[in-house]
Design a binder for this molecule. Structure first.
Ligand SMILES: *Cc1c(COP(=O)(O)O)cnc(C)c1O
Length: 379
């Protein structure tokens, strides 16, 4: 069945339209960098760091080269390494688990809540208790991920981290701009990591990331780690670091985008509300969680089973409506990671990966396109 009747395909992410909308602002910011030529740690990086810290309600912000490097720098700052257990959700992007492994630590996969898809505090406690009982690994850190743009259950995560004396960090790659208990994410944990990958709500035009923290000493340590472990002068090496700086050009793009970010978040929320109103009688729509405002990096519906998802996805494709699966395999089932898993079933993550389907959500979508997406899902 084709219901497009010549209508152009809808974009999953429309960067050309975004560029047209940002227009002169963007060009001016980029031109300024081309004039001063301070491409590495130029003034735009400092300006962006200040603005992001204010926005996220954190005392300090350190711009880095990606969301993954942000996680790595934070974990290096805690000396996380061999013998350490890092607790993180099984249902998230690969980067969250990749970093502890790169540092020689062991990711311990935790199941997620069946309604919010966020890390499940009950299962988290069980997983921590098991690691303690087994006695092979030292529990060190919890990574809360604000999956799809919705805040993780920070209050409970803080209680659990305090109780077991674990470092708590926020992988906020998908959720900068989201609110928790009435304030923006950015200071729920000891460190918050951001990603500016182009598809994230605050996306740049290449790789980029940042770390937010209230701890001045840690901020200084992160600055050193992102520049090869340098000390007060460039050629004093205090520790092993990485080349993990944020590009000035990316900072310039992000400064231009930050100006209209609130309006983009409002538009994303309008689209999400329209999808939910138009679809919640036939599919499971994202949960409306009290005291949480999502940044809507991803809007995912849940179908009955893998077969229904496959037919829905095929029907959408015929109608020129793109869709995507985040994530087709939970991390504990991934070829690269399954040997690090203790083999316990994580049934919610396993079921979600079979049934979940993401619909396009970005500020450039028109109301007519939103209606077309709804009609295509309904069939
Ligand atoms: C995108 C993402 C990252 C990694 O960010 P990059 O900037 O692509 O390195 C980490 N965690 C989550 C949950 C993400 O979605």
């Amino acid at each position: 069945m084709t219901i497009t009747s010549g209508a152009p395909p809808i974009a999953f992410l429309d960067l050309p339209a975004q560029q047209r909308r940002l227009g002169a602002k963007l060009k001016q910011r980029v031109d300024t960098v081309m004039q001063h030529c301070r491409f590495v740690l130029g003034p735009e990086v400092t300006e962006l760091e200040e603005k992001l810290a204010t926005y996220g309600g954190a005392a300090h912000c350190v711009g880095v080269s990606s969301g993954t490097d942000a996680i790595q720098i934070v974990m290096m700052g805690e000396n996380i390494g061999p013998g350490d257990a890092v607790f993180l959700p099984a249902f998230t992007y690969t980067a969250t688990a990749e970093v502890p492994l790169l540092l020689g630590a062991t990711p311990v996969f935790v199941d997620v809540d069946p309604e919010t898809y966020q890390i499940d505090p009950v299962n988290l406690r069980e997983r921590i208790e098991k690691v303690r009982k087994d006695g092979k690994l030292k529990p060190r850190a919890i990574v809360g991920v604000d999956l799809f743009g919705l805040p993780a259950p920070w209050e409970v995560l803080r209680q659990i981290a305090a109780e077991y004396e674990l470092f708590l960090m926020d992988d906020c790659a998908q959720a900068f701009g989201a609110s928790y208990q009435g304030h923006k994410l950015g200071h729920e944990a000891a460190a918050t990591t951001l990603s500016f990958f182009p598809s994230k709500p605050l996306g740049g035009y290449g790789d980029g990331g940042a770390i937010l923290t209230d701890d001045a000493d840690k901020a200084e340590l992160y600055r050193s780690l992102r520049s090869h472990g340098e000390g007060k002068t460039r050629y004093e090496v205090l520790r092993t670091g990485i080349n993990g700086r944020l590009d000035t050009l990316q900072a310039a793009v992000l400064l231009a985008k930050l100006e209209g970010f609130e309006e983009e978040l409002i538009r994303r929320d309008d689209i999400a509300q329209a999808y939910t109103a138009g679809l919640e009688d036939i599919v499971v729509a994202p949960a409306d969680v009290e005291d949480c405002q999502s940044a809507w990096a991803i809007y995912s519906i849940l179908l009955k089973d893998a077969d229904e998802r496959a037919t829905t996805q095929a029907r959408l494709k015929d109608a020129g409506v793109p869709s995507a699966i985040y994530y087709p395999l939970p991390l504990h089932k991934q070829p690269a990671y399954r040997s690090h898993h203790d083999g316990v079933a994580l049934p919610v993550s396993e079921s979600l990966s079979q049934r979940i389907l993401a619909l396009p959500i970005h500020p450039e979508l028109t109301d007519a396109e939103v209606a077309r997406v709804i009609a295509a899902v309904r069939g």
